[in-house]
Design a protein around this ligand. Structure first.
Ligand SMILES: Nc1nc2c(c(=O)[nH]1)N[C@H]1C(S)=C(S)[C@@H](COP(=O)(O)O)O[C@H]1N2
Ligand SMILES: [Mo]
Length: 536
């Protein structure tokens, strides 16, 4: 018994634009029911858009990521999802167009896309068999909604085509056509609206379920114990107090965010554990409650990203609360030969940190608090690493669940596998935050201000020059220690015209930022930040 599609009947085919539109609607319905399935399964990251997007992020070459961060900044992820949506729209329009004449081909193409989505979901860290469900349910929804029976026999006047009609016509049972006749515009619109409605309802329900679950897992309601070892109070005068210059301590919701996660991983603290293993005598497994039982230290540490261009925004300062990371590792009994901490996160990212930099006495933390609150989900709740003096990609693992002591010769991490350096101490840097690039400012006394950082070493001097003239010392705001940035300001008597303002910092070891511009890859950008302004 073969299933024959009633493709050779006499009814006129629906127009190409209509078929294309129904193809897109079929895809929207497929995505909607897939998102709902993913939400019901408690695996929002297994939805087709997020799964395929995440695979794309992990597979894309360094230059493309670099381009995306440079061009779209923090919007790089929405841009990726929109691009993916556009690709799906084009593919599904093509499938819809083919469907009335080549139904088998259209279904095969749709199933192929669903298979890709399913494979992407299965390939994600921590994925299990349920992660194929969204793709399977999506494929069923899409197949149901495809406009492939448009060439079916016309309904009798005033009536639906019944299986009996088809039986009489074809001599064996065939599927009745979906009720999307090209003949009747109103029926077409109704059907389209029904598909769209079903898609929006299921997708919206999926989102609502996911966000309700996430709200209960984000630790907002958690109260952290006070630190046994509080941070020293910030000295008076750490802020340069210039309008347009940010505060010394960056508020959590203004703190830059850099990670490979398409949606913020939600790790309920009740379920979180951390494993310390590898080249250790006594592997340790900790729960969040165990962390709270240990003495907590509070430290002021400025975090910076290696991807930051000269003058860029990927730097922030916070007061972190956490346990002593070096003490934890020593408790496990570090074996000879270990030189790397390979940390892994709940979302499968990894970082390799030089063990000696964590053991050398600096305030390396397994942090659970940021500026007096539990870590925000976007910044690693329930726990992350913070190691002063190292760029985030070799030290600041968010949503951390696993610390393995190993050797650089044996294992590499997410970014070091992709061409970034294994050793990445933060380079001495400075930036002009006031005035803004291309500002138009009135002639006279102009305040120039910004920040500079050289974590572990500290900033000793900041100099500013205009139009290639002599370097002049800026006034440094008070220092909160070598691991924090330092604000600075100076005044410039500006005459009308176009001007170029440059800045360079010198750290406490006497090293001055070089003029030579190198790009962020492989171990951080160098060069002087330059701002062009027009004085009127
Ligand atoms: N799990 C995870 N942790 C991560 C990353 C990541 O992609 N995934 N990115 C790192 C990088 S490159 C930086 S610069 C810091 C940024 O931390 P923030 O987003 O809290 O500012 O997090 C680090 N921790
Ligand atoms: Mo970074």
């Amino acid at each position: 018994m073969t299933t024959e599609t009633p493709a050779r009947s006499a009814a006129p085919p629906a127009s190409t634009p209509v078929s294309a539109a129904f193809g897109v609607l079929a895809a929207v319905l497929a995505l909607g029911v897939a998102e709902l399935t993913a939400a019901l399964a408690g695996r929002p990251e297994a939805g087709p858009l997020l799964a395929v997007g995440s695979v794309f992020i992990d597979l894309s070459p360094a230059w493309l990521k670099d381009f995306a961060i440079r061009t779209f900044g923090a919007a790089d992820k929405p841009v990726l999802l929109l691009t993916l949506a556009a690709v799906i729209a084009i593919a599904s329009a093509a499938i819809g167009t083919a469907a009335p004449r080549r139904p088998r081909l259209a279904i095969a193409a749709l199933l192929g896309l669903a298979a890709l989505a399913g494979a992407a979901a299965l390939s994600r860290p921590g994925a299990g068999p349920v992660d194929v469900l969204p793709a399977v349910v999506g494929a069923a929804g899409g197949t149901f909604a495809l406009p492939y029976s448009r060439r079916g026999p016309r309904p009798r006047a005033g009536g639906r085509v019944t299986p009996g009609d088809l039986m009489r016509r074809y001599g064996h049972p065939v599927q009745p056509p979906a009720p999307v006749p090209g003949a009747d515009r109103r029926a077409l619109l109704t059907h389209g609206a029904a598909l769209l409605g079903a898609a929006v309802l299921s997708g919206g329900a999926g989102r609502a379920i996911t966000s309700a679950r996430q709200a209960s897992a984000d630790g907002r309601a958690l109260t952290l114990p006070p630190p046994a070892d509080p941070a020293r109070p910030l000295p008076a005068g750490v802020g340069a107090h210039v309008p347009g210059l940010g505060p010394f301590t960056t508020p959590n919701d203004a703190f830059y965010r850099v990670d490979t996660a398409l949606i913020v991983p939600r790790v309920p603290h009740q379920e979180w554990t951390l494993r310390v293993h590898g080249l250790v005598d006594r592997p340790i497994e900790l729960t969040f409650a165990d962390l709270l039982d240990r003495p907590l230290a509070e430290r002021d540490i400025t975090l910076t990203c290696v991807s930051n261009e000269v003058g860029g925004p990927y730097a922030g300062h916070a007061r972190w609360l956490g346990i002593d990371l070096a003490a934890l590792l020593r408790e496990a009994g570090i074996q000879a030969g270990a030189d790397q901490i390979l940390s892994r996160s709940a979302d499968g990212w990894s970082a390799s940190t030089a063990l000696e930099s964590v053991l050398d006495g600096r305030d390396a933390l397994l942090a659970i608090g940021m500026n007096g609150r539990p870590l925000p989900p976007a910044h690693g709740f329930p726990a992350r690493m913070i190691v002063p003096g190292l760029y985030g990609y070799v030290s600041a693992t968010k949503w951390v669940t696993d610390l393995k002591l190993t050797r650089f010769a044996a294992e590499r991490a997410y970014w070091t596998r992709r061409g970034w350096a294994e050793q990445a101490p933060i380079k001495t840097a400075s930036r002009i935050e006031v005035p803004k690039p291309f500002a138009e400012i009135p002639a006279g006394a102009v305040t120039v201000a910004g920040t500079a950082w050289a974590q572990r070493r500290g900033i000793a001097a900041v100099e500013v020059r205009v139009d290639g003239g002599p370097w002049r010392q800026a006034d440094l705001a008070a220092s909160a220690g070598p691991d924090t940035w330092r604000q600075w300001r100076t005044t410039w008597q500006a005459a009308p015209g176009q001007h170029r303002i440059e800045v360079r910092a010198t750290d406490a070891t006497g090293h001055t930022q070089p003029a030579e511009r190198v790009p962020p890859i492989p171990d951080g950008a160098t060069g002087w930040h330059t701002v062009l302004v027009t004085v009127t």
